[in-house]
Design a protein around this ligand. Structure first.
Ligand code: IMP
Ligand code: MG
Length: 187
């Protein structure tokens, strides 16, 4: 049964802000410029991995000047908690053939690396013109498979984080900043 938070308990789960919305905005502005430089006017397809990356995608696509199309895939690897299940499930696939595209995967966070490792393998098999990965957050200390993003905006320590698209049990995605999640009720 899914827990229902009272406002008080909900607030107490937000331990501390790790990355402010101003820091996120500045990093995205810079990332948009780097993407423009890499593709040098060639059209790109930005592919967001739902649900976590939907906020990052919304801001990143507006920081890019290159002609770009938007696509979504849905992958699930966390089930209602803070521990990875180890099973990556594609619950919604892209709606088009990517063989003529320069694809940029837009991800919220790389933790064990399993999700992106699987998705990159899958998409490479569909013969895109090129494939790169941009991630908002990277937790390299937690890696279980060898995976490196082409562009990573923030490297963070081994904390479970929430906000700016990232959830715990589907809550907190709407926080405008990245915060550390408080595992225990109260402070
Ligand atoms: P990976 O397959 O372990 O790299 O996990 C990647 C996915 O797990 C991300 O796309 C997130 O949806 C989720 N995830 C990993 N770490 C966190 C976290 O600290 N907070 C919220 N979600 C996370
Ligand atoms: Mg995700």
């Amino acid at each position: 049964m899914k827990p229902i938070y009272s406002q008080e308990e909900y607030n107490s789960r937000i331990k501390r802000i790790l990355i402010t919305k101003e820091e996120i905005a500045a990093a995205i502005d810079k990332a948009g410029k780097e993407i423009d430089k890499i593709y040098d006017g060639r059209p790109i397809l930005l592919v967001s991995i739902l649900k976590g990356a939907f906020v990052f995608m919304a801001d990143l696509c507006r920081a890019v000047s290159a002609p770009c199309e938007i696509g979504f895939m849905c992958a699930k690897s966390y089930y209602e908690g803070t521990v990875s299940s180890g099973v990556v499930q594609i619950t919604m696939d892209l709606d088009r053939d990517i063989s003529g595209y320069h694809v940029v995967i837009v991800e919220d966070i790389i933790d064990t690396g399993r999700t992106l490792n699987d998705i990159v393998k899958l998409l490479k098999g569909r013969n895109p013109l090129s494939l790169r990965v941009v991630t908002l957050l990277d937790k390299p200390s937690r890696r279980l498979v060898d995976f490196k993003a082409d562009l990573s905006l923030f490297t963070i320590p081994d904390h479970f984080v929430i906000g700016y698209g990232l959830d715990c049990g589907e809550y907190f995605r709407n926080l405008p900043y990245i915060a550390e999640y408080n595992e225990k009720e109260g402070n």
